[in-house]
Design a protein around this ligand. Structure first.
Ligand SMILES: Nc1ncnc2c1ncn2[C@@H]1O[C@H](COP(=O)(O)OP(=O)(O)OP(=O)(O)O)[C@@H](O)[C@H]1O
Length: 203
C-alpha cells in the first residue's frame, strides 16, 4: 500500500494555507510534519483524511484493495479533539468507535491496558484527566485495524511514560506495515522517519 500526495494545496476561508506538498509513504513508513503555529499542519492532516477539500493536486491510496479503496476508508484520524462523548463511559465510547471503524486485533480491555487505563473503562469519559482522555483516544487506534494513522499533536497532555508508550505503538504499527503521518511540535521518539516542514505562516 502507498499513500501519495502530489502537488497538494490547501486553503482555509478561501486563503491559501499550503501549496505544492508532495510525498509518498510506503508500508512501514512514517512522516513527521512540523512547522510554526498556523503553518497548516492540522489543515494538511484534515485534507489527507478527506475532512477538508483540497484546493488542487491529488491525495490517494494505491494498493489498498477492496478493503481500503480510499484514504478515508484506510485512515484513523486523531485530531486535537478526542472525539469522545463526555457522558458515555470510556468503554461505551470505544464500542461506538469499534462499530464505526471495524474490529481490530485487540479488544477494548487490552487496548485500554496498553495505554495504562485498564480499570477505568467504567468511568464517564468526562471524568478522566486531560492526559487520560488523550490515552483513551489513542486506544481507539488499536481497537480497529486502519493501516494509515493521521495524528495531530498526539502527545498533547501526555506524561513521559505515555509519550514513550505512544512511540512504541507507532513503531509497532509501522513494523506491521502501517503508515503514520503525525503533526507535532515535540520529538515523537521515532527514528528513520520522513520529515515535512511546513514553512509559510499566515497571520
Ligand atoms: N475555518 C477557518 N477559516 C479561516 N482560516 C482558518 C480556519 N481554520 C484555520 N484557519 C487558518 O488556517 C491556518 C492554518 O491553521 P492550522 O490549524 O492548519 O495550523 P497548524 O500548523 O496546525 O497550527 P498549530 O501549530 O497552532 O496547531 C491558520 O492561519 C488558521 O488561522
Amino acid at each position: 500500500m502507498r499513500l501519495i500526495a502530489e502537488n497538494l494545496s490547501g486553503e482555509r476561508g478561501g486563503e491559501p494555507v499550503f501549496e505544492d506538498i508532495g510525498f509518498t509513504l510506503e508500508n512501514g513508513e512514517a512522516l513527521i510534519v512540523t512547522g510554526p503555529n498556523g503553518s497548516g499542519k492540522s489543515t494538511l492532516l484534515r485534507v489527507i483524511a478527506g475532512l477538508l477539500p483540497h484546493a488542487s493536486g491529488r491525495i490517494g491510496i494505491e494498493g489498498g484493495g477492496e478493503e481500503f479503496p480510499t484514504v478515508a476508508a484506510a485512515c484513523h484520524y486523531l485530531g486535537h479533539q478526542n472525539a469522545m462523548k463526555a457522558a458515555l463511559t470510556v468503554r461505551e465510547n470505544l464500542e461506538f468507535w469499534q462499530s464505526f471503524a471495524g474490529s481490530g486485533k485487540l479488544g477494548i480491555a487490552d487496548a485500554l491496558d496498553d495505554v495504562g487505563l485498564g480499570g477505568l473503562s467504567h468511568l464517564p469519559f468526562g471524568y478522566l484527566s486531560t492526559g487520560q482522555k488523550r490515552r483513551a483516544a489513542i486506544a481507539k487506534l488499536r481497537i480497529s485495524h486502519r493501516p494509515v494513522w493521521l495524528l495531530d499533536e498526539p502527545t498533547a497532555g501526555l506524561d513521559k511514560a505515555s509519550d514513550a508508550r505512544l512511540a512504541g505503538l507507532m513503531r509497532d504499527h509501522c513494523a506491521a506495515g502501517g503508515i503514520v503521518v503525525a503533526a507535532t511540535h515535540l520529538p515523537l521518539g521515532l527514528e528513520g522517519v520522513k520529515a515535512l516542514e511546513m514553512g509559510r505562516v499566515h497571520v
